[in-house]
Design a binder for this molecule. Structure first.
Ligand SMILES: [Zn+2]
Length: 243
């Protein structure tokens, strides 16, 4: 079972809920909610039911627990990007818990792995989601033909587009050498979460919330001699240099 890093773990929490733990739940939860207990279409294996954990069928947009007593901690890992009404999902999280951990694929990884050209029917990730360093804020853009494969014009967006094109047009596996940290985004919230939704990546970037912050991390890595000792970093750099 999954665990957060030691100093992030909710040691003194008594009521801990996980939404959409599915086949790979977090350790130590007391309550679990899943939308499709019997259907594995949207996950990588059979749902794990842990003995002693109170289970209810439901989802992030309708958490089947009352407002009180509030949960001390909430986990939702790789769930928000599946929701159709992110505003409702965030208001549900805020209703039942004031502290927790959200994880989603980074927009960079989502762009690289999702169906392209965009097809609504086969793609069950509905959103690009990210955090941009501020506490308790999550940023989303709906996936559509107007956003999939379309990037902001800043330096991060340019590198993201190059990686996307290398994967889509040259069929290079750019995902393997990407640092793990660039593939997901994490929000450790403590207090009500604010959701910010944008039309597209350019409008988010213009407002100061670039969706490709993880690319900034990759760019820093690729000029740091220490990191270039790693084979993965050298491989990624050789991909980018070849453009
Ligand atoms: Zn940008």
């Amino acid at each position: 079972m999954k665990k957060l890093s030691l100093f992030r773990r909710p040691f003194f929490a008594k009521r801990i809920i996980e939404i959409g733990g599915g086949h790979d739940p977090f350790a130590g939860v007391t309550h679990a909610v899943d939308k499709f207990p019997e259907d594995n279409t949207q996950r990588a294996g059979d749902m794990v039911r842990v003995k002693g954990v109170e289970f209810k069928e439901g989802d992030l947009e309708a958490i089947p627990f009352p407002d009180e007593p509030k949960f001390d901690f909430l986990y939702a890992s790789h769930v928000l990007e599946h929701t159709h009404n992110p505003q409702k999902a965030i208001s549900e999280i805020n209703r039942v818990a004031s502290r927790g951990y959200l994880e989603t694929p980074s927009p960079l990884r989502e762009q690289i792995i999702c169906s392209f050209p965009f097809e609504n029917i086969i793609d069950f990730h509905t959103l690009f989601c990210w955090t941009a360093g501020e506490a308790n804020q999550i940023h989303v853009i709906r996936k559509s033909e107007k956003t999939v494969g379309i990037f902001c014009a800043c330096e991060n967006g340019k590198v993201a587009k190059i990686l996307f094109d290398l994967r889509r047009k040259k069929n290079l596996d750019v995902e393997a050498p990407m640092p793990g940290r660039s593939k997901t985004t994490h929000l450790y919230f403590n207090g009500p979460i604010t959701l910010m939704e944008y039309e597209n990546f350019e409008s988010a970037c213009q407002k100061g919330f670039c969706g490709y912050g993880e690319v900034g991390f990759i760019r820093k890595r690729l000029i740091a001699p220490f990191y270039l000792l790693s084979g993965r970093a050298r491989k990624l750099k050789s991909f980018l240099n070849a453009v």
